[in-house]
Design a binder for this molecule. Structure first.
Ligand code: NAP
Length: 333
């Protein structure tokens, strides 16, 4: 193999508030050698996700945080270069938690082999973590009924765009909330939401009320904060609130209170948080269904691709600022 240097993006400092490029370092290391049962993968494309912000913090969370000097946690798709697992051969494409680096070694069982036919990077979004999050969050947690009014925040993003389209497939009336003119156009024209609200202009509550005259039956929440407070005021009796993420809060030193628990009594509502990893045993049921919806055009997507592993920190900061129009990805090679 010709290339023997492994470029790695590591955590140089814990971000305080909004991350800075100086919180990251680009290092060079030797290419790791796979041990028994392990596979060496060369990354083609790495993922950029809001949850990575949580891994940079020491706050209590559902997963262990990064130490200073650790490679930034990320999913990646790449090509198998060497394999000590009989299920993989050089040239196979696989996805796994490989980090922001050129090369990674993983146990074969921790990888998923990609079938030929579909674009490999789809395994990082609509046929991977964010699509699965939308799938289980909408179908298992929110459980919309046909005819329900379903509001999705962060609706132009990787999870939100798929969540809205699944609700549409289920026969719901869909309302997407996102920031800016381009994203509003995507909500209506690309993802076919029935209504779109720009939370960056005007009174969000009034705007959501205008397009939800019969109230809100389901709220799929990706953002939290003032957007969610506005939607909560419009919930119908029996509403379901799926708490997927709270991206508006991830860089705040003090989290904003969003919800008055008394509203659950007033609206006899159900609010539930969830993690996509809780559904790992059922990914095999969801991925073929998502793939069918992509193939037949029921689910559409957009990718926001940054070139060069060295630009991953910039892509991450841009994503937290809302610069990504679609799934944020970094093309490595
Ligand atoms: P994404 O939506 O593609 O990108 C992040 C978006 O967040 C930005 O484009 C921006 O969109 C929005 N945003 C940033 N600051 C905001 C603010 N102050 N108020 C409102 N919106 C803001 O990211 P994603 O990967 O699809 O993730 C979406 C949410 O799902 C995140 O909260 C993430 O943590 C969560 N998630 C949860 C799980 C789970 O298992 N529960 C799994 C994956 C992701 P605008 O331009 O519209 O502001």
């Amino acid at each position: 193999m010709a290339l023997r240097v492994n470029r790695r993006v590591t955590l140089a400092a814990r971000p305080v508030g909004f991350p800075q490029e100086s919180d990251f370092a680009l290092e060079e290391a030797d290419v790791p050698a796979p041990g028994a049962g392990e596979v060496l993968v060369r990354a083609r494309c790495v993922s950029v996700d809001p949850y990575q912000r949580g891994r940079m913090s020491t706050a209590r969370s559902y997963a262990r945080g990064l130490e200073i000097g650790d490679v930034i946690t990320a999913q990646a798709v790449g090509e198998v270069m060497e394999s000590n697992d009989s299920r993989y051969e050089p040239g196979d494409l696989a996805v796994g938690q490989l980090g922001w680096q050129d090369y990674a070694v993983a146990r074969g069982g921790a990888l998923r082999k990609l079938p030929p036919g579909l674009e490999p990077q789809l395994a990082l979004h609509v046929l991977g973590a964010t699509g699965l999050t939308a799938y289980f969050g909408m179908l298992d947690v929110a459980k919309p009924d046909p005819g329900d009014t379903v509001v999705v925040s962060g609706a132009a993003g990787a999870v939100g765009s798929v969540a809205g389209q699944i609700a549409r497939i289920m026969g719901c009336r869909t309302v997407g909330i996102a920031g800016g003119t381009d994203k509003l156009a995507d909500l209506l024209d690309l993802y076919r939401f029935d209504e779109a609200v720009d939370y960056k202009t005007g009174d969000v509550r009034a705007a959501v009320r205008d397009v939800c005259p019969e109230g809100v039956d389901v709220y799929f929440d990706n953002v939290g904060g003032r957007v969610s407070t506005a939607v909560h005021a419009l919930l119908n009796v029996g509403a379901r609130i799926a708490i997927c993420g709270q991206v508006s809060q991830y860089n705040l030193e003090r989290i904003e209170p969003t919800f008055h628990p008394g509203l659950l009594i007033v609206f006899r509502a159900r609010m539930q948080g969830f993690l996509v990893s809780d559904y790992a045993a059922r990914f095999g049921e969801a991925i073929p269904r998502l793939a069918r919806w992509v193939t037949n055009g029921d689910i559409r997507y957009r990718e926001h691709v940054t070139a060069g592993l060295e630009n991953a920190p910039r892509a991450f900061i841009g994503m937290l600022n809302g610069e990504n129009r679609g799934k944020a990805l970094v093309k490595v090679m």
